[in-house]
Design a protein around this ligand. Structure first.
Ligand code: GLC
Length: 478
């Protein structure tokens, strides 16, 4: 493992080759407009201090109710040891798609079949019963396509929304995030809702063996391969982290305290809901928040995650156009339309070599902005860099907060999510910034959660299968 100084040195060499750190070619007016997106280490340390306070409040029995960072108990107290084997099902719900998998765990690798199903917008915002009926139907189809209709298999249910867990197989949804708003689910037990939907069909038999957040899944899947893994982070549609906390600090957990650790799902995406981040919010953050379906909520997440990154860039580009410093002052219908600038465009634009504008022009074509000049392309790339870099720095501040709190000399952080996977420099940016923010005696590395099959689309879901089997072994729940 590299020391902090080594990590930083390696980073500087490779990163500055890719990005012109001086940005001399960017128009001064553009730099001026973006300056509030550049966060100093001092500001990041302020974020860390406030986040730590929020975490402590979330863990405390008397302070939890008012805490923004809820630090939910996951009931996961044992991490996989890499010896788990077997066959089981996994279900992953947390974004615009959901996935069903059947998985065989073997000597340190996965063998699996999986299928991705869309969740149409009317189901995301319709009734809860419709949502769970849709999921149960897809599961039944999946089982019959894979000749498993007569088998009774354990299921790990990755449900990536804020859950108050009452046990390993009972979780009350506290609020929807990431664009979901299905009625009749908040306040209810989502495991029961899934089981009820399966029972209503009557054609498949499934036993939900555990429910978990995607961050916990990432932590467990990485721990299956790397025993140093103590933190799980997602930077995808949403952003969140879990970590292992001393069980005596998890005041809301009243069960058996003989095992020393508990995985805590921080739900740090909600950080900032009590104004903790107001000191660094830009006019663009405020505008986007107001236009979202949950104004005032998930502020930290809105500054970081893939659901919002493209929209932030769009709002900045629009302002620059209105100020007549981009596109000759002429916007297009698409640029004026909410959510039309996709987060994947940010990765595409930043992935190409400096000075080449092919990817940028392809994006601009999709947005009917073909009148853009080469200088516009340089400026657009800079805006993307400012937004993605700020996101990476904020996640790093979050990770460094957890590492400092755990104070373990060497920790591996399992990371997953589309932004982390597809943005060309996100990993490097995080490595650099964590090294600068973490206490000097601590070492850390970032590990991408992998399913071993080389199929990126299935990895997040695969981890819940590890979880299902692990719990089967650890607790004999099936
Ligand atoms: C949102 C959810 C959280 C999840 C994260 C990443 O923040 O509330 O549960 O872990 O997105 O998917």
């Amino acid at each position: 493992m590299l020391s902090t100084a080594e990590m930083f040195g390696t980073f500087c060499q490779c990163y500055c080759n890719i990005i012109d750190c001086t940005h001399q070619d960017v128009s001064p007016k553009i730099r001026e407009q973006c300056k509030d997106l550049l966060l100093s280490d001092e500001q990041l340390r302020e974020v860390m201090a406030k986040l730590l306070e929020a975490i402590k409040k979330g863990l405390g029995k008397n302070t939890h109710k008012d805490a923004t960072v809820k630090c939910w108990t996951t009931y996961v107290q044992d991490l996989p040891n890499g010896k788990e084997r077997g066959k089981f099902l996994a279900l992953d719900l947390g974004g615009t798609n959901f996935r069903v998998l059947v998985i065989h765990l073997d000597e340190s690798h996965f063998d699996m079949q999986s299928k991705i199903y869309a969740i149409p917008e009317d189901i995301m915002t319709g009734s809860g019963t419709k949502l769970f009926d849709h999921i149960a139907e897809c599961m039944a189809n999946f089982m019959s396509e894979n000749d498993m209709k007569n088998e009774r298999l354990p299921l790990g249910f990755t449900f990536s929304f804020p859950l108050e867990q009452i046990g390993l197989t009972k979780g009350i949804l506290k609020t929807w995030t990431k664009g979901f708003s299905c009625s009749g689910v908040v306040g209810g037990d989502v495991v029961k809702m899934l089981e009820d939907a399966i029972r209503r069909r009557g054609d498949i038999e499934i036993e939900v063996c555990g429910i978990l957040n995607d961050t916990t899944g990432t932590l467990m899947s990485c721990a299956w391969k790397n025993q140093n893994c103590r933190v799980g982070v997602i930077v995808g549609t949403g952003c969140n982290a879990c970590y292992t906390e001393k069980v005596e600090n998890v005041e809301l957990y009243s069960g058996d305290k003989s095992k020393p650790l508990m995985v805590v799902n921080t739900e740090w995406g909600a950080f900032g809901e009590k104004g903790e981040l107001d000191f660094m919010l830009t006019e663009f953050d405020k505008e986007m928040d107001q236009a979202s379906i949950n104004p005032g909520k998930q502020i930290f997440e809105k500054m970081i995650s893939g659901m919002y990154m493209g929209e932030l860039v769009r709002l900045i580009l629009l302002k620059l156009t209105k100020d007549n410093i981009l596109f000759g002052g002429k916007p297009s219908e698409a640029l004026l339309t909410k959510w039309r600038f996709k987060t994947k465009y940010v990765s595409e634009i930043e992935s190409e070599k400096k000075g080449v504008h092919t990817a940028c022009r392809t994006v601009l074509q999709k947005l009917s902005l073909t009148h853009a000049s080469d200088q516009d392309c340089i400026n657009i790339r800079y805006v993307c860099e400012c937004v993605s870099r700020r996101a990476a720095h904020l996640v790093s501040a979050g990770v460094a907060t957890l590492l400092n709190r755990m104070n373990i000399p060497s920790v591996t952080v399992g990371v997953d999510g589309s932004v982390y996977r597809f943005h060309p420099f996100f990993h490097d940016l995080m490595m650099e910034k964590i090294a600068q923010l973490v206490n000097k005696n601590l070492k850390c590395s970032l590990m991408l959660s992998e399913d071993g099959s080389g199929r990126e689309d299935a990895s997040v879901a695969a981890v819940s299968a590890v979880f299902a089997y692990h719990l089967n072994v650890a607790y004999g729940c099936v």
